[in-house]
Design a protein around this ligand. Structure first.
Ligand SMILES: NC(=O)C1=CN([C@@H]2O[C@H](COP(=O)(O)OP(=O)(O)OC[C@H]3O[C@@H](n4cnc5c(N)ncnc54)[C@H](O)[C@@H]3O)[C@@H](O)[C@H]2O)C=CC1
Ligand SMILES: CC(=O)C(=O)O
Length: 318
């Protein structure tokens, strides 16, 4: 953790996402130690060597290809292992194979005596975060899914291009499933401190609602567009996971759109779904219940219903 204790992050699954995340961690000097685990042990050995050779140009991180026993002293275990989408596949199509893989992985991590925080990125991330919470027996605040952290980043980026405004001045959230039923919270989207509709009528008179609708469609479908072109998405999620890791290790109390357990918030229960939440060294401190319009609330409930339906064959969800 930030301060005197040596921080350790274990990355399980060093494919496209896991190795890009590892690269982000050393470039941003986020952790003292980093352990790499994958079914393909040779690949983790190669990655550890390659990353270590970059240390003279970066931060003094101790990196090695490790074992599950290394999770015992980890602050954070990040799971990016499992199948990814092939062109045309949805995230929910991956549910069965990845839940099976997670049962094994989470069991092995817990056997080590791990008592830290899980971050889950593997898809379908909301379902696998719920699975990790169930399989691990850890309190919900210590199992966090990357949720719509990436979708929110895509949303802010595309709006910043459209308005030609620094992305850091674009405030807004994508909520719901990290997937086809996610929703943009237009009613709370701001350019600087101006609500987006007011900003548009003042400063972008030629702008149309249709442009904003298309921006959201491009956010929702971004993974499909990238996978068609290069087979996988990994850099942006890796940076999002690094951001989340930093919020935990440095006790930042950052509001990020992560996947967390609903316990009555927004009228939802017993599922993990992407909502804005405060993230600190304890994990998810609490989710932030922002005001939604009736239409936005209906969309969030539809997204939750789709996730629950997908979970039913595997878990006894209420
Ligand atoms: N949450 C998000 O926003 C995003 C999630 N993803 C998801 O991340 C996951 C990983 O994607 P990629 O890195 O592209 O896949 P990949 O195929 O490149 O890497 C997956 C890795 O997992 C390893 N693996 C499989 N079973 C394992 C097990 N039982 N134990 C340890 N390692 C195991 C494989 O050997 C492989 O190295 C996918 O489910 C993908 O859909 C990808 C991008 C964004
Ligand atoms: C693959 C994936 O989940 C994404 O890029 O959003």
């Amino acid at each position: 953790m930030y301060g005197t204790k040596t921080s350790r992050v274990v990355v399980i699954g060093t494919g496209n996402v896991g190795s890009s995340y590892a690269f982000s961690l050393i470039n941003q000097n986020i952790t003292d130690e980093m352990v790499l685990i994958d079914l393909n042990k040779e690949k983790t050995e190669g990655d550890a060597m390659d990353l270590n050779h970059g240390i003279p140009f970066g931060a003094p991180t101790k990196i090695w290809a490790g074992e599950y026993s290394d999770c015992k002293d980890a602050d954070i275990v990040v799971i990016t292992a499992g199948a990814n989408q092939k062109p045309g596949e949805t995230r929910l199509d991956l549910i069965e194979k990845n839940v099976k893989i997670f049962k094994g992985i989470v069991g092995s991590v817990m056997e080590s005596g791990f008592n830290g925080i899980f971050i889950v990125a593997t898809n379908p991330v909301d379902v696998l975060s719920y699975a990790t919470w169930k399989f691990s027996g850890l309190p919900m605040e210590r199992v966090i899914g990357s949720g719509t952290i990436l979708d929110t980043a895509r949303f802010r980026f595309l709006l910043s291009e459209y308005f030609d405004i620094d992305v850091r001045n674009i405030h807004g959230y994508i909520m719901g499933e990290h997937g086809d039923t996610e929703l943009p919270v237009w009613s709370q989207t701001r350019i600087g401190s101006e609500p987006i509709d007011r900003y548009m009528s003042k400063y972008k008179k030629e702008g149309k609602q249709e442009d904003l609708d298309n921006i959201f469609i491009n956010v929702r479908d971004a993974a499909y567009h990238i996978i068609e072109r290069k087979g996988a998405t990994h850099y942006a999620i890796a940076m999002g996971l690094a951001r989340l890791t930093k919020a935990i290790l440095r006790n930042e109390h950052s509001i990020l759109t992560v996947s967390t357990l609903m316990k009555g918030e927004y009228g939802l229960d017993d599922l993990y779904i992407g909502v804005p939440a405060i993230v600190s060294q304890h994990g998810v401190e609490k989710s932030v219940e922002i005001d939604l319009t009736d239409v936005e609330m209906d969309k969030l409930h539809h997204s939750a219903d789709v996730l629950k339906e997908a979970m039913k064959p595997i878990f006894e969800v209420k």
